[in-house]
Write a new protein. Sequence first.
Length: 247
Amino acid sequence: MQINNFTAYLLVSHGSRDPRPDLAMQQLAGLLSEMLPQGENFVGVATLEANIQPLHLQIQDFADRVQAFGCKRVQIIPLFLLPGFHVMTDIPAEIALAEQAITEGMTIELRPYVGSYPGLAKFFTRMMMTVTSDVSIILAHGSRRADSHTSVENIAATVGAVTAYWSVPPSLEVRVQELIAAGYGQIAIFPYFLFTGGITDAIALAVKTLELQFPSVTFQLAQPLGTSREFADLIWDFIKEEEKVFG
């Protein structure tokens, strides 16, 4: 039996040759599916890179699949934390290509990237309450794009943390050295990444090195953000608020 006039959601991440992010994406999609009215919504996953198909073909395939069940609208949810080139340029371009091939009657809508969600500050506040520390570092990937760090800097200011970046200054090591010089002895590090992968492995190794370098300092390394039910709640709450505004 077909179900008419429902919305399907396509989670779009960067993509990786490491299988762990893909498994985590599937887990997150499953958590979101559990929150949606049974039989009325559909959640899928796609990646911008490291896929046998370009993103626009993945969007087309997903749209065709859900349209067979009566779906008339697909919302694209970019699982990106910073507004870099992928968010601002690549994904909109891929959606435009997909729209050229999608059959009439199907609407594709691009929603804001998750790093812009207002609820992220509260999410981090709850995360920070789970550890004991003198100071917290939010460690993001970083981008050379102008103003791309505004959202994470705002979150850090709201929750009373400091920032560091993996690919641009200030680095984790430099930030840690500054905090130790200021007298902090318990430092919590929150990777501003969605899923476990090569970079989070490298971060864990870097923290081990810092522990050896500063044996009198206690370091705590948190898990990435994207596979918890709380993070799925954050996305779903934002979807509901968007629906109220845009219908």
